[in-house]
Design a protein around this ligand. Sequence first.
Ligand code: FAD
Length: 395
Amino acid sequence: MIKLENKKDCCGCAACFQVCPSHCITMEEDGEGFIYPKIDNDKCADCSMCEKVCPIINYSSHKENLKQLSAVVQHKNRKTLRESTSGGAFTAIAEYVIDRGGVVFGVEMNSEFYVQHTYVETKEELYKFRNSKYVQSDVGNTYHEAKKFLDSGRMVCYSGTPCQIEGLINYLGKRDYDKLILVDVVCRAVPSPGVWKRYADYANKKFDDLSKIRFRDKTLGYQYSTMEYTGKNGKISREGIESDPWLRMFFSGMIIRPSCSDCKFRGKDRRSDFTIWDCLNIYHIDKTLDETRGVTRVIIHTEKGKRIFDEINGNFEYRIIPVEAAVNGVKELSVSPGLNPRREEFYHDLYRMSMEALLNKYFPETFSVKFKKFARCTLNRLGLDVGIKHFFRKG
Ligand SMILES: Cc1cc2nc3c(=O)[nH]c(=O)nc-3n(C[C@H](O)[C@H](O)[C@H](O)COP(=O)(O)OP(=O)(O)OC[C@H]3O[C@@H](n4cnc5c(N)ncnc54)[C@H](O)[C@@H]3O)c2cc1C
């Protein structure tokens, strides 16, 4: 039976909950708004299945002799590219699967702003998965559902954070399903779903009844991607990383999952078929791709992945690059972000203060924040922000 002594030892993938034959595990929210397994000892048969699937307990560094291939890609379809976080690599892989009668699992934000894993079977529904949701997703029963599709002979693509993909592989008990395609993202950390719920309620009131929230809108350019809030009246508000409260909470380490601060699944060697992530410095890698619209970096880890890439690369403008060039300078691949030193105090206040008061206390709109926002918007309007980034970013 899993005994959780340190919160850093649970990534919340819910593999244990899904595998338990006695159904004695529930996933319950803690005071920081993250889910952890809770075991009903009276029902537990002590079969240890939960321990066998846990990606943290069973972590091994998987340093097989991988013959990886790496590319930077930009989807040719402008709508797909605009809706995607980066270069739309995920959509091209997902379309390949759907064209072959397969099922695609990914993360959607539903109409209640709840972030969860689900699956789709048509290309028209893939929009739900485009654009990163910077909140830990609820995996629910999707490992179980993916296995059912695989057992029935369907092709399955499952996308998620590296820990979720490890949880799925352990749940399945093997990696080498012919028809399973795994896509993981490079992941800085995942923010708290419980804090997100409170924040989304606050934003809903602040922006007058929201119809949509996007975490990475590119209207002001890929280099200045912003959180976008769309009201039911059609009014749109956008805030960049320097001023948006959610992004500030995320990047300050205040609301990230404790296990992310000691993540075992970073690194470029993975058990997925594809690892995808941003390429904000494409200018320093290849000057011929349009850097304002978004580019995805891709590492292809398996022969299956390479075969798929050969079939889908007609959808992209792409360049094959050395793996070393793809990972060069990518901190998220090697360094876990720290937890904010004021975190305990923040969570103490979370359920005692309104969200507005909480933000005013921990993330006030100081003169410096207003100035950074003004400077960034002005440079963006004048078309100077990209050039300045080239100057300061070394490569
Ligand atoms: C929580 C999180 C943190 C990230 N951190 C970094 C980072 O530090 N540096 C970096 O370069 N890139 C990071 N990424 C990856 C990046 O945001 C893009 O996902 C990547 O560039 C692929 O873009 P795309 O245009 O090819 O795909 P898109 O079309 O944008 O597809 C997004 C994919 O991500 C999945 N996804 C969306 N939200 C979640 C979620 N909450 N949990 C799990 N999967 C999700 C979708 O199912 C889909 O497969 C992060 C992504 C997430 C979800």
